[in-house]
Write a protein that binds this ligand. Structure first.
Ligand code: GRF
Length: 200
């Protein structure tokens, strides 16, 4: 049985494309049923179109507060038939409705809880890791709750930090790990869901 997935995006959509490619190749037991964006004109929407993933752009004018935005976003997820939401470079604050608890995942480019939380995103994360002199970094896939980068961790991957690393070099190494980690985390989630079906 293939699982229906909604992917929330604000930027380039590399994870969205990775999911769509793996699903098409039969390497991920899923289909991307929706790409939901909070901005117009982003590369993620072009990638979605290339892979025939239905798209929806919600509140690009930023008129809605997090609760109102989330209500509409999760209604769109339900309408798409998706059972799981993967945030992938999605920068807007969400309020996860109770009915979606344990069904929203995020990937963050550090070993949480280090270098996570409000303001820790993009190159700032890798700069922080280098400035602190960390010898390892990595990525974390975690369940989403109402705090940034906070919910239970599902899976992590570690990468070394090299003495001569630049922000760009470290970001690229972490992202390579992310491309393997996020699908791996989805597989773990699906296996857990199979082992523990929701009550009727
Ligand atoms: C990744 O670095 C991820 O860790 C962070 O956003 C980036 C994903 O970007 N949350 P993309 O839009 O999938 O290319």
């Amino acid at each position: 049985m293939s699982h229906a997935l909604a992917v929330f995006v604000s930027g380039t959509g590399r994870h969205l494309e990775n999911f769509a490619r793996l699903a098409a190749a039969g390497e991920l037991d899923a289909r991307v049923a929706l790409a939901l964006a909070d901005r117009e004109g982003i590369a993620a929407l072009e990638r979605a179109a290339r892979f025939d993933v239905p798209t929806e752009v919600l509140d690009p004018e930023r008129a809605l507060d997090p609760t109102a935005f989330s209500e509409r976003a999760f209604a769109a997820v339900e309408a798409s038939g998706a059972e799981l939401v993967a945030l992938a470079g999605f920068l807007r604050k969400l309020v996860v409705p109770t009915r979606f608890a344990g069904r929203v995942l995020n990937i963050h480019p550090s070993l949480l809880p280090a270098f996570g939380g409000k303001g820790w995103w993009g190159d700032r994360v890798h700069r922080g890791v280098l400035e602190r002199g960390c010898q390892f970094s990595g990525c974390s896939v975690h369940y989403v709750d109402d705090e940034y980068d906070h919910g239970p961790i599902l899976l992590q991957r570690c990468v070394p930090v090299r003495a001569d690393d630049t922000v760009e070099a470290l970001a690229a190494r972490v992202f390579e790990a992310e491309l393997e980690a996020y699908p791996a985390a989805l597989r773990v989630h699906f296996a857990r869901a199979r082992a523990q079906p929701p009550p009727p």
